[in-house]
Design a protein around this ligand. Structure first.
Ligand SMILES: NC(=O)c1ccc[n+]([C@@H]2O[C@H](COP(=O)([O-])OP(=O)(O)OC[C@H]3O[C@@H](n4cnc5c(N)ncnc54)[C@H](OP(=O)(O)O)[C@@H]3O)[C@@H](O)[C@H]2O)c1
Length: 298
């Protein structure tokens, strides 16, 4: 299969590309910079130079491929509206390019809060519709293309896809701990974050290519929920910092924008995903990775 991957140089995209190629697929990767293009070319990936802001490049890549895996994201944390707008426009463009083809279109998505401490499942519908919602409502937008002959599948990643060298949300929380001199957790720290190792997340993506029916929402989750107090304690051990509760009223001030996420209970299961894909996560747990130095080595 010829697979067009956006975000092919990213944290999740890199192992996805490796896994696809190991399975004999031909990969075209979108690259917005010379350095990303060089990394991809060195792996034997066909490079398509382009950008999320250059929708023509996304259209070209999607039209030429048998399947699309969309992982690129601006991740402009200082301007989330810009990231959401780019994400929505990208999904709209790729969806339109694939209309009537029944070709797979896998897109990255995020957790849907179960609410009231309930563990979320793949059956939970995303409440995010439209441009002014998280990720620009891209999951629901992609699903609107199913009735138009697009084999859309959403892969909801745990908020921490961890591993050695991770620069995602846990790295940001660790950086805040170092800057503040304390490793904090919101309130009583009983709210939970799901987690998945990078290698397991990649395998779930690649397995879903030929397996997941159109319209499926998948959970790339290994651990249903790790308490934020346990995460803070592990970060405290890693950097020899005291561990402390941050009062709910002070969470935004202490953690900045990430406090809203860190204060949420996002626990969710992946039982349906594991059964559907025949996928069993085998990588280290989040706490094992923190204890092994995943966030201290850089
Ligand atoms: N990592 C996690 O813990 C996690 C958790 C939940 C959901 N997700 C979602 O999963 C997806 C992949 O995440 P990730 O962690 O792999 O992200 P990442 O490491 O930040 O990689 C993002 C990718 O997008 C590319 N990109 C950024 N801006 C671009 C632009 N303007 N035009 C074209 N490409 C651009 C980057 O290319 P360059 O190499 O050129 O920078 C990179 O390949 C994202 O949608 C993310 O929100 C990730």
């Amino acid at each position: 299969m010829h697979v067009f991957v956006t975000g092919a140089s990213g944290w999740i995209g890199s192992p996805v590309v490796d896994d696809l190629m190991a399975m004999g697929h031909v990969v075209t990767g979108l690259a917005r910079s010379e350095s990303s293009a060089a990394v991809l070319a060195a792996k034997g990936v066909q490079v398509l130079r382009g950008d999320l802001d250059d929708l023509g490049s996304l259209r070209t890549g999607a039209e030429a491929a048998d399947a699309v895996i969309h992982l690129a994201n601006k991740h402009d944390w200082s301007n989330p509206a810009a990231s959401s707008a780019a994400e929505r426009a990208a999904v709209q463009t790729i969806g339109e390019a694939l209309i009537g083809s029944n070709r797979p279109f896998l897109l990255a998505s995020g957790m849907v809060p179960g609410g009231s401490g309930r563990v979320g499942t793949e059956l939970d519908r995303s409440p995010f519709h439209g441009l002014n919602t998280p990720r620009g409502g891209s999951e629901n937008l992609a699903m609107e293309f199913v009735d138009r002959g697009v084999h859309a599948v959403a892969v909801r990643f745990a908020p921490t896809v961890h591993g050695m060298g991770d620069y995602g949300l846990i790295a940001m929380i660790a950086a805040i701990a170092r800057a503040k001199g304390v490793s904090g957790y919101p309130g009583d720290g009983t709210n939970r974050w799901p987690a998945v190792h990078r290698s397991d997340a990649s395998r779930a993506v690649v397995l879903s290519l030929g397996t997941a029916p159109a319209g499926t929402r998948l959970h790339a989750i290994a651990e249903e929920g790790v308490r934020t107090k346990e995460i803070a304690e592990a970060i405290g051990r890693a950097f020899a910092l005291p561990v402390t509760s941050i009062a709910p009223d002070d969470v935004s001030n202490h953690f900045g924008w990430i406090g809203t996420f860190f204060g949420m209970d996002l626990s969710a299961s992946s039982i349906a995903t594991q059964e559907l894909l025949g996928w069993t996560p085998t990588g280290p747990t989040l706490i094992e990775d923190i204890d092994a130095g995943a966030y201290t080595s850089s």
